[in-house]
Design a protein around this ligand. Structure first.
Ligand code: PEP
Length: 261
């Protein structure tokens, strides 16, 4: 079995301000200094990328600076959008695409997400593709079909070489920000199926190397149970990523899950 380094991401969403973003970054850089065996990224809001990146560099932190979204065109008349060259200029190395809030609140479709992801991977950045079913889809027994369709459409035209920089985040929409978490067994089941789809799209070897994070109300107290599952390679964390001690605890759980593997 391929040994995958777990990966934990903090999605700050539309939270923090100049002062609290700086404080949180300093606390995380300090708290994660001695936590090894796990890759960590944090995705602050666009206006704080430079600030957060500067603090991470000043601290010599291994935490990777990520963005919550991007637009696929390199420049031009796209009011309100942010391009990949702009993110690179801010030292961003990882980009989340297709988050469920972008899909369901802001109306983003698989085709747009695919264009964004291709642009991110083409630029040599890490792309974190979010997929996951709504409560209605889950109750209709469509979880695996929805994940398969999102993966197929969002990964169209992406080759195995680009997939080296791909991370998939399985985030059941009903679990995001709700306090409801998938059981470790349900998460493992969905992740295993997702890896099967990745095998079909690329091949088994490539699929065995792609990290699949779980996201949806992960906390310090439930992280280890989820991350201990064979196909769960860490987590994408929303609410709990705004509390430094809790986020550090989640990263420690991911590191521990890898040691126990
Ligand atoms: C997320 O925003 O990706 C997320 C999983 O949020 P939360 O951890 O708050 O459920």
């Amino acid at each position: 079995m391929t040994q995958r380094t777990p990966i934990v991401g903090g999605n700050w969403k539309m939270n923090t301000n100049h002062r609290t973003a700086a404080e949180l970054t300093r606390e995380l850089a300090g708290g994660l200094e001695r936590v090894g065996g796990v890759d960590v990224f944090i995705a602050p809001p666009f206006p704080y990328l430079l600030l957060v990146g500067a603090i991470l560099r000043e601290r010599g932190s291994r935490v990777v600076l990520a963005a919550q979204d991007v637009y696929f065109e390199p420049d031009g008349a796209f009011t309100g959008e942010v391009s990949i060259p702009m993110l690179q200029d801010c030292h961003v190395r990882s980009v989340i695409v297709g988050h469920s809030e972008r899909r369901h609140v802001l109306g983003e479709h698989n085709e747009t997400i695919n264009r964004k992801l291709r642009a991110v991977l083409d630029a040599g950045l890490q792309g974190v593709l979010c997929v996951g079913e709504t409560l209605a889809q889950r109750e209709a027994g469509r979880t695996d079909d929805v994940n398969r369709m999102q993966l197929q459409e969002c990964l169209a035209g992406i080759d195995a070489e680009h997939a080296e920089r791909l991370v998939v985040a399985y985030e059941p929409v009903w679990a995001i920000g709700t306090g409801r978490t998938a059981t470790p067994e349900d998460a493992q089941n969905a992740h295993h199926k997702i890896r099967g789809v990745l095998s079909g799209l690329f091949d088994e070897h490539v699929a065995s190397r792609i990290r699949v994070q779980y996201g949806g109300s992960v906390k310090g107290s439930n992280a280890l149970g989820l991350f201990a599952q064979g196909d769960v390679d860490g987590g994408l964390i929303g609410g709990a990523s705004l509390k430094s001690a809790e986020f550090v605890q989640i990263c420690q759980a991911a590191a521990q899950s890898a040691r126990g593997a």
